[in-house]
Design a protein around this ligand. Structure first.
Ligand code: ACO
Length: 336
């Protein structure tokens, strides 16, 4: 068995900043309410020429550059997203084309906001078994186009963006050390984005509704706090570590109160928890890789550190992984 080291990382967020005060121009809310309930101050929203694909490709390109590999060397691209630009082709196939990654297989994976960690779990299997040695994992979402701005309890929470990592074959124990995935479809109704059910087949009446993201905030809140604690603990144990060995916790950035409650359960001090929900809000599949990029860029994440990443989202699904940062066992320019 090989190991799947993280050798490159990149992110993309749209330029347009939408502040809480901007929201008050067309919604009955306030900066104070949003900040006190969620920790969010502002979010980025995609512009007229931006799509899930363009954001995903920008993050993926940056990750390849950081890894020092040409996209033509990629063997697999997985995009975690629940807001693809169309049902088909997949976002991953469109990204493959944009990057010129002509040798790569490509597919999307939809587990809502846990999609990046799920995709990393899947991609790491190909690397660990030796099937592939260069895999691009992207998390990208354009949730703002599915927000109902008259639903103030949901619309305030989301922003757009993309993040990516390159996984490469390593001879050393580093990169993805453990994974913990799960799903509870019985609670799926608490977080939904309709779509296909709006278009009934030949034998039914045709009803075309614009699909919007709908959420039972209180239920998702309770679920998130519980599952983040449980999944992080299980992933850490699976990696043969304890919380004392964890240098950084990167939770899905949904709400600072959820993050604080989960960290408290895990007895993880604030300085070991990465939070940027104040600046980007919930960027869905992009939130965890954006955190990884920022933590590395600010020097908070360095070689040899153990990081727990935990995603949760629609499904309801959850996904946690322990990563050991660094790529000392990767042979540069290795052949498959
Ligand atoms: N501004 C002002 N008032 C508001 C707003 C707003 N934006 N939104 C709701 N309110 C009002 C409500 O109408 C309600 O008023 P009422 O008491 O007169 O009826 C009051 O504020 C309280 O509303 P609650 O919904 O009880 O507020 P709560 O404290 O639960 O916070 C929130 C709501 C922020 C949505 C919270 O429940 C939450 O964060 N839930 C989890 C969300 C989450 O993690 N989503 C992850 C999605 S991941 C994915 O896969 C997509």
């Amino acid at each position: 068995m090989y190991h799947a080291a993280v050798t490159g990382w990149g992110m993309y967020v749209p330029e347009h900043v939408l502040t809480n005060d901007d929201l008050t121009q067309f919604m009955d809310t306030s900066d104070e309410w949003i900040r006190s309930r969620t920790g969010i101050r502002e979010r980025r929203v995609a512009g007229a020429t931006e799509t899930t694909t363009t954001m995903a490709a920008a993050a993926g390109r940056a990750a390849c550059l950081k890894a020092g590999i040409d996209p033509t060397e990629l063997e697999l691209i997985i995009v975690g997203t629940f807001t693809p630009d169309q049902y088909m082709p997949s976002t991953a196939s469109l990204v493959q084309h944009e990057l010129g990654a002509s040798s790569a297989a490509a597919f999307d994976l939809n587990t809502a906001c846990s999609g990046f960690v799920y995709a990393m779990a899947v991609g790491s299997q190909f690397v660990q078994t030796g099937a592939y040695s260069r895999v691009l994992i992207i998390g990208a979402d354009f949730a703002s186009r599915f927000l109902d701005y008259s639903d103030r309890g949901t619309a305030i929470l989301f922003g757009d963006g993309a993040g990516a990592v390159v996984l490469q074959r390593s001879e050393k124990k580093e990169g993805v050390l453990s994974i913990e995935l799960g799903s509870d479809g019985s609670a799926g109704r608490h977080l939904t984005l309709g779509g296909a059910e709006s278009f009934v087949g030949l034998n039914g009446a045709r009803k075309i509704d614009r699909p919007f993201l709908k959420m039972n905030g209180a239920e998702v809140f309770r679920f998130a706090v519980r599952i983040m604690g449980e999944a992080a603990a299980t992933a850490t144990t699976k990696a043969g570590l304890t919380f004392d060995d964890i240098d950084l916790l990167i939770p899905h950035q949904a709400n600072s109160r959820i993050i604080e409650a989960a960290a408290k359960r895990l007895q993880m001090p604030r300085e070991r928890v990465w939070v940027n929900v104040d600046r980007y809000a919930n960027t869905s599949c992009a939130s965890i890789p954006i955190c990884l990029v920022e933590a590395e860029q600010t020097g908070r994440l360095t070689d040899g550190m153990n990081v727990v990443v935990i995603g949760f989202g629609g499904g309801l699904t959850w996904a946690a992984a322990v990563l050991r940062w660094g790529a000392t066992g990767v042979k540069r320019g290795d052949a498959t």
